[in-house]
Design a protein around this ligand. Structure first.
Ligand code: SF4
Length: 340
């Protein structure tokens, strides 16, 4: 691990003040940058691997009391950025009114990691692409812009089939973020230029031509809270995750579904897909197939096909569109059968 400076901030305002005159942000490689340290479950790993090389860390752990409140109201769910994954996963109101949120967190990582990791850090976790995390591989456009991509012709079983590019085919690894984008969440952000709100759909960027740039956060900006609006769809919701082993594993494919079902007809539906795309993915195509239609297993299958109609596969991940479609069908059937 390389040398870095360390300071602690007791509030969000103090943390952001510490970055105001410095370059860099927390979503790039971090060479020479000032970055925020919360649970550390991603950042410290990447620093030890020499993938991330910040010059300065601002530890925001002392701001936990300010930034970890979980508030469920009739309008929606507001979660402090430093709330632990485990606290949200175990919250009574979240389990009752947003089961898809609780389930996506319960199925992520390990109990120890969920007790450490913050919600904002969970959103901002970085890809598990082996070529990104192992610096002995020379070509990785995300780690070294312009160097190429060793995964294109390498082992790409876990890589993405949607929202990927010729520059990067890495899949976004998280679970909750797919729920967050499906439920039209947003993040509250504080930065050197003040506060702003970013819709979940606009927070992460697809790989495109610049895979090293992963989010729309500006240098020095800190996520302070996450917000999810409630709706007639949020209680009838579930998360289904398919993985190589039943705990402590990233998704091969996953599906987040929230449905407003009236008299057997899908009045509204929200669908997020995990393990398959270069960013947290909401499937507008699958939602369009279902919305306004009497629900049936055949309709669910058509939604699954629509979700992956634009998939681009590689040598080892050609199974993902079919598995992803079946995962979505399972989630839809599960949600359809719920008593709410
Ligand atoms: Fe790097 Fe992306 Fe290629 Fe992986 S898929 S080696 S992260 S450029």
């Amino acid at each position: 691990m390389r040398a870095f400076t360390y300071q602690s901030a007791g509030s969000a305002q103090a943390a952001v003040g510490g970055t105001s005159d410095k370059p860099g942000s927390s979503d790039k490689r971090g060479d020479g940058a000032t970055v925020f340290l919360a649970g550390g479950t991603t950042l410290l790993d990447l620093m030890k691997l020499d993938v991330s090389r910040p010059a300065a860390l601002i530890d925001i752990g002392e701001a936990t009391q300010q930034l970890s409140v979980i508030e469920a109201t009739a309008a929606g769910l507001r979660i402090g950025a430093l709330a632990k994954m485990s606290a949200v996963a175990n919250d009574t109101a979240v389990n009752r009114d947003y089961p898809v949120v609780a389930q996506s967190l319960q199925m992520a990582a390990s109990a120890q990691l969920r007790n450490m990791a913050s919600m904002a850090g969970n959103l901002l976790q970085r890809t598990r692409c082996s070529y990104f995390r192992d610096t002995t591989w020379a070509r990785c456009n995300k780690r070294v812009p312009g160097s190429g991509c060793d995964a294109l012709e390498g082992m790409n079983r876990l890589h993405g089939v949607l929202a990927v590019s010729e520059q990067c085919i890495a899949s976004y690894p998280g679970d909750f973020a797919n729920v967050f984008v499906a439920l039209d969440g947003s993040v509250e952000v504080l930065g050197p230029r003040g506060a702003r709100t970013i819709r979940a759909a606009n927070l992460h960027l697809a790989s495109g031509d610049s895979p090293a740039v992963e989010t729309t956060l500006h240098p020095g900006e800190l996520i302070t809270a996450l917000y999810i609006p409630s709706g007639p769809h949020t209680r009838r919701s579930a998360y289904v995750k398919v993985r190589d082993r039943q705990s402590y594993a990233f998704a091969l494919t996953s599906a987040a579904v929230a449905m407003d079902l009236q008299g057997g007809t899908v009045r509204d539906v929200r669908i997020g897909l995990g393990g398959v795309a270069g960013k947290p993915w909401r499937s507008a195509e699958a939602e369009a197939v279902l919305r306004g239609q009497p629900f049936s297993e055949a309709l669910a299958s058509r939604a699954g096909e629509a979700a992956f109609a634009r998939a681009r596969t590689r040598e080892h991940n050609a199974f993902k569109p079919q598995l992803g479609a079946l995962t979505l069908v399972r989630a839809l059937m599960q949600v359809h059968g719920m008593e709410v």
